[in-house]
Design a protein around this ligand. Sequence first.
Ligand SMILES: *Cc1c(COP(=O)(O)O)cnc(C)c1O
Length: 227
Amino acid sequence: MNQIPERLMHVRERIRRAAMAASRPPDEIMLLAVSKTKPASDVAAAYGAGQRAFGENYLQDALPKIRALADNDIEWHFIGRLQGNKTADISRHFSWVHGIDSLKHARQLSTHRPADLPPLQVCIQVNLSGEDSKGGVIPTNLNALATEVARLPRLRLRGLMTMPDPNADTARRDAAFAGLRGLLESLRAAGLDVDTLSMGMSGDMEAAIREGATIVRVGTDIFGARD
Ligand SMILES: *Cc1c(COP(=O)(O)O)cnc(C)c1O
């Protein structure tokens, strides 16, 4: 039996409650349904239940789904690690990219973004746990990168994204979420027009919403466990 519509309703309810608890309007928080490794039929089931924004990590996994569902009004977000040889395809097939962490990849995305599409919306990924493996720019380098990315003609810098260390305790995790919000505020103070905090997943969306998330990226709790 397909439980995706029920799971989706449940996640929406969690978002609504977390927003109310934080005295925030629930419609300020966008649910990104992370469909990585799941079939196009699962995306279609969520779409049928009203979901429009979907997140994918792997280009090769995403392209067949994007093609199969091309007639639908879906907004695709690339949330995986960027590689130079993939930026051209990503800039054509996605509306958003959440994991910008180098000027080189940002420039490539801008160069390849087709002229007939609106600018590609991007978030800079920030590494707030001090691990090298996770990707993301360190906070000290953020302002310089954000200033350059904001100038690229075919990108529209929307804000910041982070993935806390999965082994962090809740205090450190919450500190990472609050830290990202502080960094967004510092970019605003520096004159950049940014509004997006992409943070929070199945296990920690409530904490992220409490700290100001405007996009939560939820996979497992909508589509079930991945292999
Ligand atoms: C897989 C993934 C998610 C979703 O994680 P779940 O725990 O399944 O909700 C969110 N963000 C990124 C960047 C991911 O890679």
